[in-house]
Design a protein around this ligand. Structure first.
Ligand code: HPA
Length: 236
């Protein structure tokens, strides 16, 4: 038996650079078809085995569930013990700033309801959430907690949608993650999910959000994002 714990990390848009942290990396899979280049790489960070999943298929690209689920199914096959799902998200909570991080503690699923399962282990495990908050605190890393809402995309939200999210106390909005969390729950994978706030959503805003803004904010958030991930890996 291999007593070594295996950590898996799905990287959100703009956060790709974290894959460079892997030592002795092996490329396990690569696929350049689709909007996002997909790669699975396994290596070591601080002596722990870490597998990084770069790129994902979103619901707006394909309704083929095996594609949307590819990273999580692969994580299960690779024997991952702890899966860290990350994403780029719009910040709805007025206290958020660009490049802040938010640990997801619940969600509202606006991606097709057929993506749900009757049976799954409990999602958003309180102990895991408490542990991650504690790791962040010990390392003086600012980490919000909050509710993530999925929009189907690929277009960003209208003012009316943003006003609705605000009214119902949504904290962040993105186009991924929920199908992955639901499948990970069904497969019994221990999972945490973190949003990187790449833009702020306000019901009065006139400017359009564009993808380059999201990528730029990912770069800005990178130092704190990588510090948090390394602290979690180190503490696991
Ligand atoms: N909305 C939806 N998805 C996103 C956003 C947003 O504002 N920012 C990054 N991903």
């Amino acid at each position: 038996m291999n007593p070594m714990k295996r950590i898996g990390i799905i990287l959100g848009s703009g956060l790709d650079k974290f894959s460079k942290e892997l030592k002795n990396a092996d490329l396990l899979y690569e696929d350049s078809v689709g909007i996002h280049h997909k790669r699975i790489t396994r290596g070591f960070i601080g002596g722990k085995e870490v597998t990084i999943f770069q790129g994902r298929n979103h619901f707006y690209e394909t309704q083929l569930l095996n594609k949307i689920y590819f990273n999580v199914n692969s994580a299960k096959e690779l024997g991952i013990d702890l899966l860290i799902i990350t994403n780029a998200a719009g910040g709805v909570n007025p206290n958020f700033k660009v490049a802040d991080l938010m640990l997801i503690t619940s969600h509202l699923n606006f991606i097709l309801k057929k993506i749900s399962f009757r049976k799954h282990k409990k999602l958003y495990d309180k102990e895991l959430i408490g542990w991650v908050r504690n790791v962040a605190m010990k390392n003086h890393i600012k980490l919000h907690t909050g509710v993530y809402c999925s929009s189907t995309g690929p277009v960003y939200e209208t003012k009316s949608e943003i006003n609705l999210w605000k009214k119902i106390n949504i904290d962040s909005v993105g186009m991924s993650t929920i199908p992955e969390i639901l499948l990970a729950g069904k497969l019994g994978l221990k999972t945490i999910a973190i949003s990187c706030i790449t833009n702020l959503l306000s019901g009065n805003m006139e400017e359009k959000i564009d993808h380059s803004e999201v990528m730029e904010a990912g770069k800005k958030a990178y130092p704190v994002f990588s510090r948090l991930l390394k602290a979690i890996i180190n503490d696991y």
